[in-house]
Ligand binder design. Structure first.
Ligand code: ZN
Length: 77
């Protein structure tokens, strides 16, 4: 039997300020099935505006938001 040894090293994960942030938003309103209409990837303001307009037009009030960023990883010394 082979024994595997894992060595853990600390890494620091930091949001990359040069990376673009993006949001996506999907309507999950509905009794038996989600509405499924979605918007994005986009910036936060446009995602919020889309959800507000979708709510106004349909009465739907529940959304799933996805946020994405970029990160850098560096080994701690
Ligand atoms: Zn909807």
């Amino acid at each position: 039997m082979t024994r595997t040894v894992y060595r853990f090293v600390d890494y620091k994960v930091t949001q990359d300020p040069t990376g673009e942030l993006s949001w996506a938003i999907e309507c999950v309103s509905g009794d038996e099935a989600d509405c499924g209409e979605s918007f994005g990837e986009t910036d936060e303001d446009k995602a919020v505006r889309w959800a507000a307009e979708h709510c106004r037009d349909t009465g739907h009030t529940r959304f799933r938001r996805t946020f994405a960023d970029y990160a850098t990883v560096e080994k701690r010394v």
